[in-house]
Design a protein around this ligand. Sequence first.
Ligand code: TXA
Ligand code: MG
Length: 330
Amino acid sequence: MLIKPGSSLDTYEKIKTLLWEGQVIGLPTETVYGLAGDATNNQAISTIFALKNRPTFNPLICHFHSLKSILEYCESHPALETLAENFWPGPLTVILKRKSSALSSLVYAGLETVAVRIPDHPIALEIIERLERPLAAPSANISECLSPTTPQHVLQAFGEHPQLAAVIDGGPCRVGVESTILDLSQKHPMVLRPGAISYDDLNRVLGNVQSLSPSTSQPVRAPGMTKRHYAPKIPLHINVTAVLSTQALLAFGADVLDGAAATLNLSVSGNIDEAAANLFKMLAELDQPCYTAIAVMPIPHIGVGMAINDRLQRGAASPQSHQTYRYGGL
Ligand code: TXA
Ligand code: MG
């Protein structure tokens, strides 16, 4: 069921009732669509894990309406207020030490920490404020598949599943890649997943920020994860400088390679933010069995381009790849 809340107060009340009952909905955020449920309700959270086919050791992000409500569930951190002033509401998730609270232990997978953010989307904020509880929401895709940036992607992934009570239509997502994850639970703040808030943005505000490089092997301190995520069904080749006539091309910029069976362009003008917003939608469109592969032209490694390249590298990793990382990106 696709629901467009618009300004109808009635609709928001219906959504609130569904969530109070422990049901699960498709929720628009500025980054990607989430599969959302009341973070204090065990039934809702187990439904999310089951729908996504997500391993239960991989914790979920909790979405809040205000810093004040976050502090009911988490210990503060000296950097938290500065981060909130600069980046919230927005595409930044922070890992904090959790307080003992009413959160379902499934949400944080039994860890001492919990991932939190305040999304920059009027519909999501309105729903969370009315519910007066945090909403746990991983991306609304089946684990390891492409992330959803439109309500139609969510419906395509889950169909009219009886355990998905509704998909809220907030239109296409503005950012298009998942939030930056910053771990504040260790000695030095560390970026675990690149996103639209870049490492440089964080370092400018905090200084002394470290970054977890996917290409180096790190001790696994939190969820053990596989390298392959965000994968289309057909093979994905990245940084291509030539394309075959059997392949679909995902181009970037005005200088497009010739000879592909089909071409979509992430941004003709070479705008990296536009490319991020188009990434998952265009990958999904080109993911057709009539092509032998999706070939992607090089994407500049600047700003959100680092997040785009992270997702593309994971999507291109072989299915046999089981390198572990500290975060999963499921
Ligand atoms: O933009 C986003 O972050 C979207 C929207 C819906 O908010 N959500 C999202 O959730 O991308 P998900 O579940 O696909 O990715 C969350 C990542 C997972 O890789 C998980 O391992 C990591 O956050 N994570 C969650 N809690 C954690 C914790 N306590 N410690 C370390 N990593 C954690
Ligand atoms: Mg995900």
